[in-house]
Ligand binder design. Structure first.
Ligand code: FAD
Length: 487
């Protein structure tokens, strides 16, 4: 046992990292423990990236409240954190006039939830004017002006970087294995990176949050993973749809989305399949076939040759249908952020703020006068004008070396992604922070150079560089002895 912290956060997803940032608005010793090699490795990296408008959750639920609070347009946080966001609106399309009553119900629900901005049903004519590629069976839609899109990795990384700048500590490869209450009222947190004592715990462990709740409380909860599978379409198709295209849920299911992203790619998915294994993030032939079939209702001739990759994410679905927040009665100062499935990304600012406020009150934490809310993103060469590019190269010649040709990512950006607080440690970490490897060739060309840069920056052998930590090493050995000597 070593340090005594004010707060230990279990889990480095968007909720854990957001809560760390909110806590640093106060004078507090904060430690975040993440079991994998990097932050943003759970649900927060594999989702549809939508800022939900707030019409979908049942009125009165925590999901409804946090969604509407979290989606607030005009809120300072995207500017403060320099995170790309686009308010592209959402459309919930009905493919049968029988769906009108259901659209009215969603409209009413949205109003009850306090959905901000435009919220109205549009007819087929307006729908086709807005989205000329919508399928021939589309009849009308609910327009949700508060719907937007955000980069989920950039948001999570931005929260973490800003929290670290304001004093929070982050430990990765730190799997929490036990949480127990000590006689003096503090908590002991045992992890693979050490054993710590803390006054309060935040349980933001995603699909594993039930494990920690059930370790400390008799009020048991159960989270099961619900897998969602996706295709990603090349940027070439970025203008096919402007809004995020939902399908009106029917007895046949919730439907599948066509979802533009802030980076210009388009997501087709997700499916929703209840599974047992909390680690099973595979895509399946059946799941992808279903995603494509359902999405074809919205986009009749999806250009399947434009798919650049597939992925799956696991939702942390709880039994109550709602988020589980705050202290269980029998576990004071243990704060759950549990069952945070969709709209968890949207709700993360509200969940983080509420949790930090409650902890602040309970522990009597003073405001932190040195808190600085500003974080600047890595300068993106692909977004610079010619003059800006020339100036960037003059200041740092590494801006003149393009490593990822598909996404125009330079060596300077990759090096900075590793050097930043809570910086990248593996190839996927570089990818999430810079987009190197996210383009059309899916890292086919840039990986060798990214491995070399990681090895140089981290001071390790290229043989030790991994794709995502653990034993995911990319290189097996040297073909020639001289390469080993030169390494
Ligand atoms: C398919 C899908 C689509 C979605 N679409 C949207 C959307 O469009 N809009 C939206 O608002 N929301 C969406 N969501 C929901 C959203 O992604 C999540 O609610 C949100 O990311 C939850 O963040 P989190 O930090 O709670 O969990 P996570 O991101 O899962 O983070 C939990 C972290 O805890 C770590 N951890 C687990 N066990 C331990 C341990 N023992 N010790 C230390 N660390 C541990 C994990 O490694 C992980 O990094 C979607 C989710 C999925 C899966």
């Amino acid at each position: 046992m070593n340090e005594i912290y004010d707060v230990i956060i279990i889990g480095g997803g968007v909720v854990g990292c957001g809560t760390a940032r909110e806590l640093t608005r106060r004078r507090a010793r904060v430690l975040l423990l993440e079991k994998t090699n990097d932050i943003c490795n759970g649900q927060s990296k594999a989702n549809t990236a939508i800022i939900h408008g707030g019409y979908d959750a049942k009125p009165g639920t925590l999901k409804a409240k946090c969604n509407v609070l979290g989606s607030a347009r005009g809120d300072q946080r995207h500017e403060e954190l320099d995170v790309p966001v686009a308010w592209n609106t959402s459309l919930v399309v009905s493919f049968s006039l029988d769906g009108h009553a259901a659209l009215e119900k969603l409209l009413d629900q949205g109003r009850k939830n306090g959905c901000r901005g435009e919220l109205r049903i549009i007819d087929e004519k307006e729908l086709r004017e807005r989205e000329p590629n919508v399928g021939s069976e589309a009849k009308e839609a609910l327009l949700v002006g508060a719907g937007g899109i955000v980069c989920p990795y950039e948001l999570t990384v931005a929260y973490a970087e800003n929290a670290a700048r304001n004093g929070a500590e982050f430990m990765r490869n730190a799997e929490v294995t036990e949480v127990k209450r000590l006689d003096i009222g503090h908590w002991q947190v045992v992890s693979t990176a050490g054993t710590f004592e803390t006054r309060a715990v935040v349980n933001a462990a995603g699909t594993y949050a039930d494990v920690f709740n059930n370790m400390v409380s008799e009020r048991k909860v159960h989270i099961h993973p619900r897998r969602g599978e996706y295709y990603i379409l090349d940027k070439k198709y970025k203008d096919a749809f402007h809004a995020t295209m939902f399908q009106l849920p029917t007895r046949m299911g919730k439907g599948t989305l066509i979802a533009p992203t802030v980076d210009g790619t388009v997501l087709v998915g997700p499916t929703a399949e209840d599974i047992e294994d909390k680690e099973d993030k595979r895509t399946t032939a059946a799941g992808l076939e279903k995603a494509l079939r359902q999405a074809s209702l919205t986009w009749e001739h999806i250009p399947t040759r434009g798919f650049i990759t597939t992925f799956a994410g696991l939702r942390a679905t709880g039994d109550t249908g709602d988020f589980i927040l705050g202290e269980p009665e029998d576990a004071p100062l243990f704060f759950n952020c549990c069952a945070i499935e969709s709209p968890g990304l949207t709700s993360s600012p509200a969940i983080a703020k509420w949790t930090a406020e409650k902890i602040g009150e309970k522990l009597g934490l003073e405001p932190n006068p040195d808190f600085d809310p500003i974080r600047k993103s890595i300068s993106k060469f692909r977004e610079m004008s010619d003059e800006e590019r020339a100036a960037a190269i003059a200041a740092d010649p590494d801006f003149g070396k393009i490593v990822c040709r598909c996404e125009t990512v330079t060596e300077a950006e990759i090096r900075e992604s590793i050097r930043r607080p809570v910086g990248a440690r593996d190839v996927d970490g570089v990818k999430r922070r810079t987009r190197a490897g996210m383009g059309r060739c899916q890292a086919g060309f840039c990986t060798p150079r990214v491995v070399e840069i990681l090895a140089e920056e981290l001071g390790i052998s290229p043989l030790e560089v991994t794709k995502f930590g653990g034993d995911s090493k990319l290189l097996q050995g040297y073909l020639f002895e001289e390469d080993r000597e030169n390494a």
